[in-house]
Every structure is written in structure tokens, then in C-alpha cells.
Design a protein around this ligand. Structure first.
Ligand SMILES: Nc1ncnc2c1ncn2[C@@H]1O[C@H](COP(=O)(O)OP(=O)(O)O)[C@@H](O)[C@H]1O
Ligand SMILES: [Mg+2]
Length: 227
């Protein structure tokens, strides 16, 4: 098998897709993996801006059939890079229409597709997940409760849901993304800093908080990367 393709999904705006992508790129970097970031949020390419100086990047619009062709070709041309796709809000439309382009080529690409589906505590996060799993059945899909929205146990709708059973029966996991203090996440976004850059530039207290979050993230994602 070649290196994996990871999609940071969630479909809705503001659920934490970008910060999940950041967490993943940083974790892969700590394992000395070569990373190729596909930024598909062309209207707000925040992860692209944070990481274009550090990893190979491509801006690709996945609302469009051409974008899915480009995605497959870029994956094919960079077999030694782990691919991380940061998605935009409303991408389910693109996935439903064109996801088959990727799904049908996974075998020939010799890559596993793994999705980290980020949720908040609302019901539509789960309904969108169901649609996504139907559109991209070739993906192993894990659910990420973003603890920015509350503790793991507050995700009652998900924790007790049928979709959770469906995810876990298919080998997916239910994970929890740690919450980073607002002022530090604001530092990252406003100054367009990668985690590594922020660990050089921020004041000591901010770096200590970022270091705590980073270590928790590496532990949480280690489960996914090793599976
Ligand atoms: N785990 C988290 N820790 C700290 N801040 C978070 C976290 N998740 C989300 N946020 C905040 O919420 C905002 C939206 O998150 P983002 O990852 O950009 O969402 P999306 O990409 O899904 O639109 C971010 O700017 C950040 O301030
Ligand atoms: Mg985003």
C-alpha cells in the first residue's frame, strides 16, 4: 500500500475541520511523514496559509468535477506523501456528486482513505455523516467530537446514536479532539502560524498551553495513524 489519504470532514462551517487538519499535519510531521496538503476551502484557505511554508500544498475546489480529477491525479503523482484534505463547509454536495471519482480509484491508487468527521453537538452533524458515508463507502470513517463544544459526555446525541454503532461496527472510532485555549487558537489563525512556528514565536505561557494541546493531539491521533 502507498501512503494514506486523510480527509478532515464535517460539512458544516465552524465545527473544527481546519483545526483538525492542523492537528493531523502536525502529528504526521512529528512522525517524519512527508505531507501533501490539499486545501479545498478556496474561499477561506486558512490551513493553506498556515502550512504553505512547511509542507507541499495544492488548492483544489472540490465543489467541481475537475477538482476531484485533480485530487486523484495529485494523489497518483505523489505516492510517498501522506495526503491531508482540508474540506470546506457544504462539501457534501461535491462528495455526493463526484466522490465516486475518488472512491473508484482508491484501489488503483493503492491508498487507504481515512476520514476524520468532526462534529459539534447538533443533530445535523450526524445526518450529514450518514450521507457522507453513503457517498464515499471506500473510506474508513472516524468521528471526532470536538471538545471545544463541551466534554465528551455532553455529545449525548452522538454517544447514544445508531450512527455511532454503524461507524464503530465498520471499524471506525469515536475520538475526542482536545480544546485549545481561545487566545492560543486566535494566535494561530490571526498570525497564520503553523504549530511548529507558534512553538518558536509565542510567549512562554502560550507555548506551554500549545505544548499541552499538541501532546494530547498526538496521543489521540496516534490511535488513528497506527490503526
Ligand atoms: N478544539 C478547538 N480548540 C480551540 N479552538 C477551536 C477548537 N475547535 C474550533 N475552535 C475555534 O473555532 C473556530 C472554527 O474552527 P475551524 O477549525 O476553523 O472550523 P471549520 O474549519 O470547520 O470551519 C476556530 O477559529 C477556533 O477559534
Ligand atoms: Mg475550515
Amino acid at each position: 500500500m502507498k501512503k494514506r489519504i486523510y480527509i478532515a470532514g464535517g460539512s458544516k462551517g465552524g465545527v473544527g475541520k481546519s483545526i483538525q487538519s492542523v492537528a493531523l499535519i502536525d502529528t504526521l510531521g512529528s512522525r517524519r511523514e512527508k505531507v501533501l496538503l490539499i486545501e479545498s476551502d478556496t474561499s477561506n484557505p486558512d490551513v493553506f496559509k498556515m502550512y504553505s511554508g512547511e509542507v507541499q500544498t495544492e488548492l483544489i475546489d472540490l465543489d467541481d468535477a475537475n477538482g476531484w480529477i485533480d485530487l486523484v491525479n495529485v494523489c497518483d503523482q505523489n505516492p510517498d506523501h501522506v495526503v491531508v484534505v482540508n474540506t470546506a463547509a457544504r462539501n457534501n454536495r461535491g462528495v455526493t456528486a463526484y466522490g465516486q471519482t475518488l472512491n473508484s480509484t482508491l484501489k488503483e491508487l493503492q491508498r487507504e482513505l481515512v476520514t476524520l468527521w468532526v462534529i459539534n453537538r447538533q443533530r445535523d452533524s450526524l445526518e450529514l455523516l450518514r450521507d457522507y458515508m453513503e457517498a464515499l463507502p471506500g473510506s474508513r470513517t472516524h468521528v471526532v467530537r470536538n471538545s471545544y463544544f463541551g466534554d465528551e459526555r455532553k455529545f449525548e446525541l452522538y454517544n447514544g446514536s445508531q450512527i455511532r454503532k454503524t461507524v464503530e461496527d465498520a471499524g471506525g472510532r469515536s475520538l475526542t479532539l482536545p480544546d485549545l485555549a481561545d487566545r492560543v487558537s486566535d494566535d494561530l489563525y490571526s498570525n497564520r502560524l503553523s504549530i511548529a512556528k507558534a512553538m518558536e514565536q509565542l510567549p512562554l505561557g502560550n507555548r506551554a498551553e500549545l505544548g499541552r494541546w499538541r501532546a494530547d493531539v498526538h496521543t489521540m491521533l496516534g490511535v488513528v495513524l497506527n490503526a
